[in-house]
Design a binder for this molecule. Structure first.
Ligand code: F0G
Length: 355
């Protein structure tokens, strides 16, 4: 097979680009879709995991960012701005500097994982900490783009470029499985991704290889579950910092995806998120950040509640890499036994009780 060329080149006819659009890419997309023996056995379903942490900056955001920044480059933009809980800022920073633009990233003060912060810092991005949560960051970002010559690269943006790029994840899943799964499961924060997947599956049914669409099952963290509870959350709180969002910009679109697909949305407690994160690593060898384990935790919770029919084919998106936030994973792991030996194989064998 030819080497993967990034989502714009691979899905050019489905994206809002022309020959005049410079392609700003790091080869994003084409991520693994791997079967989970563990989750399949637990649920009696056929469970596949879409590993989005394998994107260039370690999250699914790169799919949309390649499109948003390429379009900004086409328009001669010099400065791009985004609000972020961390992953969008990492992605925006990297794609912007690749296009010769200045990235301005607005993050909640002191509340973002260090692995994400460093990604923006090393690019030389203007990193602005806002004294407020993600929702406040987005309000500031919109205020800037309304009044100054800067372009917003959030998925909330009206141009839809980010979402168009993120739709490619649904295309890839259908391309691998041969058709849409019965069920698609994913975490929901600002609700851009659930909106994009639903649009992607629909587009692939209307004019593509798919013969059907899945039901969409979204999950939010219990302390940041405005869509579940039908009310904004003033002080969203969860260990899954990426989805600490109290008033999602794509709320209505998410509601539409849930209703049209005959889906469901539920909340999961932090304790189950952290357990799912640890089990995904120890059973399947897939290390994701806490927010990315929310779909796994949710699926297990729905299964335990008896609402998951067996025998279904399920795709779960795990959205970002575990190395983004090592502190949380190490805290959860607790006291790991210190196995220290002199440089001697026999001593190591005795300690490991090998013989
Ligand atoms: N998982 C991860 C790892 C994320 O970073 C995000 C969103 C989500 C899930 C939820 O996706 O917002 O489209 O519903 N992160 C945004 C950011 C808010 O700023 O990086 P969503």
């Amino acid at each position: 097979a030819a080497p993967w060329r990034g989502v714009i080149q691979e899905y050019r006819d489905r994206l809002p680009v022309t020959d005049a659009t410079p392609v700003v890419t790091l080869g994003e997309g084409g991520t693994p879709l791997v079967p989970s023996a563990w989750l399949s056995e637990e649920t009696g379903c056929e469970v596949w995991i879409k590993v989005e942490g394998d994107n260039p900056t370690g999250s699914f955001k790169d799919r949309g960012m390649t499109v948003a920044v390429s379009k900004a480059a086409e328009q001669g933009v010099k400065v791009v701005v985004c609000a972020s809980t961390g992953n969008t800022s990492a992605s925006a920073a990297v794609y912007a500097v690749r296009a010769g633009m200045l990235p301005v990233v607005l993050v909640p003060e002191g509340r973002i994982a260090r692995g994400k912060l460093v990604q923006a810092i090393v690019t030389g991005a203007k990193l602005v900490q806002v004294q407020g949560n993600f929702d406040a960051c987005l309000a500031v970002a919109r205020g800037l783009t309304d009044r100054y010559p800067v372009v917003l690269v959030n998925s909330a943006n009206k141009d839809g470029y980010r979402l168009a790029g993120q739709m490619t994840a649904a295309y890839e899943i259908v391309d691998v499985l041969g058709d849409a799964p019965d069920l698609h499961v994913l975490p929901v924060g600002n609700a851009g991704n659930i909106t994009a997947y639903w649009a992607g599956y629909q587009a692939y049914k209307e004019n593509g290889p798919a013969t059907r669409v899945p039901r969409m099952w979204g999950y939010q963290a219990e302390g940041a579950a405005p869509i579940v509870h039908h009310a904004p959350v003033a002080q969203p709180e969860t260990v899954a910092t990426a989805i600490r969002v109290g008033n999602p910009a794509r709320w209505e679109d998410a509601d539409a995806a849930l209703e049209e697909s005959n889906g469901r949305i539920e909340a999961v407690p932090d304790s189950e998120i952290l357990r799912a994160q640890a089990h995904l690593a120890s059973h399947d060898g897939i290390f994701v950040e806490p927010a990315s384990a929310v779909g796994v935790a949710g699926l297990l919770r729905s299964h335990a509640a008896g609402v998951l029919d067996p025998g279904q084919r399920i795709a779960i998106t795990v959205t970002g890499h575990g190395l983004k936030d090592v502190e949380t994973a190490l805290d959860f792991a607790g006291d790991v036994p210190q196995l220290v030996v002199p440089p001697d194989a026999e001593a190591a064998a005795r300690l490991l009780d090998l013989g």
